[in-house]
Design a protein around this ligand. Structure first.
Ligand SMILES: Nc1ncnc2c1ncn2[C@@H]1O[C@H](COP(=O)(O)OP(=O)(O)OP(=O)(O)O)[C@@H](O)[C@H]1O
Ligand code: SF4
Ligand SMILES: [Mg+2]
Length: 308
């Protein structure tokens, strides 16, 4: 994959997936703008069909609670009878498996250990692949919950995370899901992944935000970026609200900006304690239950049945 990262996931210009937009060979600002227009038009035209939320990217500023929310939503999806694949696209955070209550991480899609040359290709990531095509050595699983990790940067000079984003994008794009199957991607912090188009395979974006202007502005930018990738279903979860008054202030701001939110979660001691101990949040915990309700609202809004 080298240093080349096509927003459409093509391995190189002219290869499978390339629409010859010219972005990767643009030599001037004008060429770049023209190529970006061609890309955006293509992406909009080929946007996921509306109506079903099958591939959800959980995004937001650093530390706002993306992994916490992803882990609980994934477990709540599984409780409703869905078969859930969690895709960990974050190159640094190592705790998602523990938050999900799954056995320790299996083989990542890409080994970023600088002591080893990555020579392995992943031919099983191909058009119309299904969950069953993912080799078991890449999957941590329990019941109907599965976790696949793109890779982690373990050493200095191990390389940049773009290749990990590209693999995650390819997997998201190519997975063909059946009724009752969903993918939840825990995306790296900020908006860089949108610049690379990592979320392009997603049909929905859930942005987590704290009650801070910074993280709200990042959420707003994510909405803009998601729309640019052809993803129209965008929802916000407000996390770590110190009290109801603050939560209302934030949700009023979201309403003013015409941004739909699923609800808000308080700053909760239990959540940070579980995270510190590396244990999954209890299903009787208030935060877990609130997220369960938010998930049902999300599914009801999209008129999706619960498999169980
Ligand atoms: N509602 C909450 N109440 C208290 N602590 C919380 C809450 N939500 C998340 N946290 C804590 O905030 C920290 C960051 O959470 P988390 O790792 O889920 O964020 P993140 O957005 O995934 O971070 P990163 O950008 O590093 O991936 C963790 O210690 C977590 O336990
Ligand atoms: S950026 Fe455009 S031209 Fe380059 S490989 Fe991707 S689709 Fe092809
Ligand atoms: Mg995280």
């Amino acid at each position: 994959m080298g240093g080349f990262h096509c927003p459409l996931g093509a391995m190189s210009p002219g290869n499978e997936g390339c629409i010859r937009c010219g972005l990767c060979s643009a030599a001037s600002k004008a060429d770049y703008a023209k190529a970006a227009d061609i890309l955006r038009a293509y992406i909009r035209e080929h946007a996921p069909r509306p109506g079903r939320a099958e591939k959800i990217a959980v995004c937001g500023k650093g530390g706002v609670g993306k992994s916490t929310v992803t882990a609980v939503l994934a477990r709540a999806f599984a409780d409703l009878g869905y078969k859930v694949l969690v895709l960990d696209t974050d190159e640094s955070n190592p705790t998602l498996a523990r938050q999900l209550g799954l056995p320790s991480r299996k083989k990542p899609l890409r080994n970023m250990d600088s002591r080893f040359e990555q020579t392995e290709s992943l031919p099983w990531i191909r058009q119309d692949m299904t969950f069953a095509d993912i080799p078991p050595e890449y999957v941590s699983a329990a019941g109907n919950l599965m976790l696949v990790t793109a890779g982690k940067i373990e050493d200095p000079f191990a390389g940049c995370a773009c290749a990990l984003g590209a693999l995650a994008q390819l997997l998201m794009l190519n997975l063909q899901l059946s009724e009752g199957e969903v993918v939840l991607a825990d995306v790296e912090a900020g908006v860089e992944s949108f610049g690379r188009g990592t979320e392009r395979g997603a049909d929905s974006v859930i942005a987590v935000t704290e009650p801070s202007l910074d993280s709200l502005e990042v959420a707003e930018k994510i909405k803009y970026m998601a729309e640019g990738l052809g993803i129209s279903r965008f929802r916000v979860i407000v996390n770590k609200a110190p009290d109801e008054e603050t939560a209302e202030f934030v949700t009023d701001m979201l309403t003013e900006k015409d941004i739909r939110y699923l609800g808000w979660l308080p700053l909760a001691k239990d959540v940070s304690l579980h995270s510190l101990k590396g244990t999954p949040l209890s299903k009787t915990d208030g935060t877990y239950r609130q997220l369960e309700d938010m998930l049902k609202l999300f599914l009801d809004e999209n008129e999706m049945d619960y498999p169980l």
